[in-house]
Design a protein around this ligand. Sequence first.
Ligand code: JB2
Length: 233
Amino acid sequence: MASFLIWGAGGHSKVVADLVRAAGHTLAGFIDADGSKLNRVVESGGGHVSILQDDFLALVRANRLPDHVDAIALAIGGNNTRRLWCLHQLQRDVAPPLVHPSAIVSPSASLAAGTVVFAGAIINADARIGAAVIVNTGAIVEHDCSIADGVHLAPRSTLAGEVDVGVCAWIGAGATVLQQRSVGRDAVVGAGAVVIRDVADGSTVAGVPAYPLDHPRGRTTPAAGRVADVPHR
Ligand code: JB2
């Protein structure tokens, strides 16, 4: 059992706090760049340590953690690049992967530092999940998928087998990526999309089947205007 400080004190941090406790750890408190986030109650029964990001970074650079803190959980959900940056400020062993007890993770799958696997997620055989990844509630990662650092797999997204997802890509809620397809780095797959072709680096696709938003078919696809969970960049 470890005492976790959660980096980020917005909406996503509430789910990470529940995960920390469900995984048998204790919640020490929160880090945020915005002091106003730390001055209000994030959740009932929450932790008692509140520390500004700059103060925390000063400690980390001195090779220390705040008193009574053993570990850090990453909880900036809306900005993949920023969450990965946070991990890079830390020694990797300070941010172990966290798995909700209701998730199913194959013994042959691998999870890297700072990754969180939420309730009901399934990660099947030989899947490789990078660092600072969010496998959100009910997401499915089938066998032999390769998920790079900083990716966010939103709730109930599904990756069929042997899918590659590039650094900091975002797979929207309920989206499906068919087997052996790839999604490039920094790409965004809109909520509910069905990806049947590879998605280029940095592009945003939406719809069923998914097209880039700047593609003529993309503009006429009914779901193209409903990319509900495009991250804030
Ligand atoms: O560089 C930063 C940063 N540094 C600290 N970028 C962003 N976006 N946030 C930063 N923070 C802190 O993380 C902010 O001060 C803020 O307190 C927190 C992010 O909170 P926010 O409520 O904006 O988003 P979130 O990441 O908790 O949740 C988003 O993403 C989730 C996956 C929401 O869209 C949720 O609805 C969603 N489920």
